[in-house]
Design a protein around this ligand. Structure first.
Ligand code: ADP
Ligand code: ADP
Ligand code: ZN
Length: 214
């Protein structure tokens, strides 16, 4: 099962992809996570990506395509995968298709998560992340047991530098202009399913299950 999770920042793609990945034993591949790790380690990739990410802009296509090209070669991807946050532009989607070279898109289904802008801003501004294990929390909707501490690994939770009001606004604009065209791109191929992203993570997960089949 080769899946793509599409949708604006904050809609809950990562949360849903994480659960599906754990239950179906297929890897969740998040370009955002890979890039943030590179930034943290100050690798050449991280140094290149950082200013784009801090400004709420997309990292250039060649860079993220290179990341995905390498990652998909890993043996754990043979039985399928969930792509979370990739592709984000039409050229990325086209290259993914030629990389996988099975069908036109190379993937089985695209889940397009939808949510109102107000709710997106609420989810993004309350998000807290663990820099050590990438676990994601929300101050109101999914708080950690101890304040500012990761339940899973004890790491000190942070607010991502791009989850600030000004950058959130910019990222939502970037989504509208650069990523929204993918809905048409995948819709035309007949592999797109829209998922209502509102409600609890549990409620949304049930919709995901219906879309991908039990
Ligand atoms: P994305 O990967 O699409 O940017 P995340 O999965 O990181 O989104 O979720 C964004 C924020 O919203 C996180 O703080 C997460 O804990 C919270 N969240 C995720 N799903 C829900 C939900 N169904 N209801 C309320 N909050 C949610
Ligand atoms: P969110 O789901 O909250 O939007 P991500 O963790 O997916 O955030 O991405 C964070 C940042 O990493 C993006 O704002 C962008 O700068 C960069 N990024 C992640 N994935 C891509 C991609 N496919 N193409 C270009 N830039 C990306
Ligand atoms: Zn942690």
């Amino acid at each position: 099962m080769r899946l793509v999770f599409l949708g604006p920042p904050g809609v809950g793609k990562g949360t849903q992809a994480q659960r599906l990945s754990a239950e179906r034993l297929i890897p969740k591949i998040s370009t955002g996570d890979i890039l943030r790790e590179a930034v943290q380690k100050k690798t050449p990739l991280g140094v290149e990506a950082r200013s784009f990410m801090d400004g709420g802009k997309l990292v250039p296509d060649e860079v993220v395509i290179g990341i995905i090209r390498e990652r998909l070669k890993d043996p754990d991807c043979r039985g399928g995968f969930v792509l979370d946050g990739f592709p984000r532009t039409v050229p990325q989607a086209q290259t993914l298709g030629s990389m996988l070279g099975r069908t036109q898109s190379g993937i089985d289904r695209v889940l397009n998560f939808e949510l109102s802008n107000d709710e997106l801003v609420r989810r993004l501004s309350g998000r807290r992340s663990c820099p050590d294990c990438q676990a994601v929390y929300h101050v109101e909707f999914n708080p950690p047991k101890k304040p500012d501490q990761c339940d899973r690994c004890g790491g000190k939770l942070i607010q991502r530098s791009d989850d600030q009001p000004e950058t959130i606004r910019k990222r939502l604009e970037v989504y509208q202009s650069q990523t929204l065209p993918l809905i048409r791109f995948y819709g035309d191929q007949g592999i797109l399913t829209s998922i209502d992203g509102s409600g609890s993570p549990e409620t949304v997960y049930r919709r995901v299950m219906t879309a991908v089949g039990k």
